[in-house]
Write a protein that binds this ligand. Structure first.
Ligand code: MG
Length: 280
């Protein structure tokens, strides 16, 4: 009995899944891509949505803070635009050549004998391009992206667009009125808890046995609330909701030796299986 308990403890892996964000997580913020994304979003807001240039920065930040992504916020306050058009404009012109193949990360990911799933707010085309540039095409079981959680891209009729009022969120923040409810966004994305729950169902993930890697503290803190073990990437210190802070994704080895313990446990299991089969 004592032996069985002992064996059970060593063979039971703490984690059975790794859940990764992409941008500024699988590659460092220093690549400069995030700055370009921000610039393109602001250009979209002025050029395509007709927002005044001097209001764009503040609006962008407010929407991002409240709704998780600027796009989710723009939809919530009443702007009508096509998701694909937004993504093409924001991601289509990015200097992807700044991203280089990362054989070190590839080897680390492939050496782990547990499931790896990607969960990004970005669109499918962007996710695929970044993963290909990094040389990680065969590293993940599944990529959950914007289109996975938001499959309907239907836009409303032009009549609706013309008559629709835009909720003035900047005035609301300056002068919050408790009797006015903030409009909801139709976009499902991190850091909403609902988005995480949906991902768990879709990919059959048990959050209690999953390590979640993300560079956004808000995503990490929501992740913690929905029972994930959290790794804050690009950070040198821990904060509330952070289990492990990793300055660079390459440091997984040092920060999480138990992942390789899982590797050993798997080895023990398969060796035992072979022994039993041989005896039989
Ligand atoms: Mg990110």
């Amino acid at each position: 009995m004592a032996y069985e308990e002992n064996f059970h403890q060593t063979s039971e892996a703490k984690y059975d899944c790794l859940l990764f964000d992409i941008d500024d997580t699988l590659y460092p913020l220093s690549s400069g891509l995030a700055m370009e994304v921000k610039k393109n979003i602001q250009e979209y807001m002025t050029q395509k949505l007709g927002i005044e240039e001097d209001k764009v920065q503040e609006l962008c930040l407010s929407l991002y803070k409240i709704y998780g992504t600027t796009m989710a916020g723009l939809k919530a306050v009443g702007y009508d635009f096509d998701y694909d058009d937004f993504h093409r404009f924001v991601h289509g012109r990015l200097p992807y050549t700044t991203l280089k193949r990362d054989p070190i990360l590839r080897n680390i990911i492939l050496s782990l004998p547990i499931r790896k799933v990607v969960f990004t707010n970005a669109d499918k085309a962007h996710a695929a391009k970044v993963i290909a540039r990094l040389g990680l095409e065969d590293c993940f079981e599944r990529i959950i992206c914007f289109e996975t959680l938001n499959p309907i891209t239907k836009t409303e009729s032009p009549v609706d667009t013309n008559t629709r009022e835009i909720f003035d969120i900047i005035s609301y923040i300056a002068n919050p009125n408790p009797s006015i409810e903030l409009p909801e966004t139709p976009v499902i994305c991190k850091p909403s808890e609902g988005a995480f729950e949906q991902v768990f169902k879709m990919a059959n993930i048990n959050p209690k046995k999953t390590l979640f890697f993300d560079d956004s503290i808000r995503n990490i803190q929501t992740g913690k609330r929905v029972d994930l073990h959290t790794v804050w990437v690009g950070a040198s210190h821990r904060e509330e909701g952070v289990d492990i802070a990793l300055e660079h994704i390459h440091n997984i080895h040092e920060a999480l030796p138990e992942l390789w313990e899982a590797d050993k446990a798997e080895e023990i299991r398969s060796r035992q299986k072979v022994a039993i089969e041989t005896i039989a």
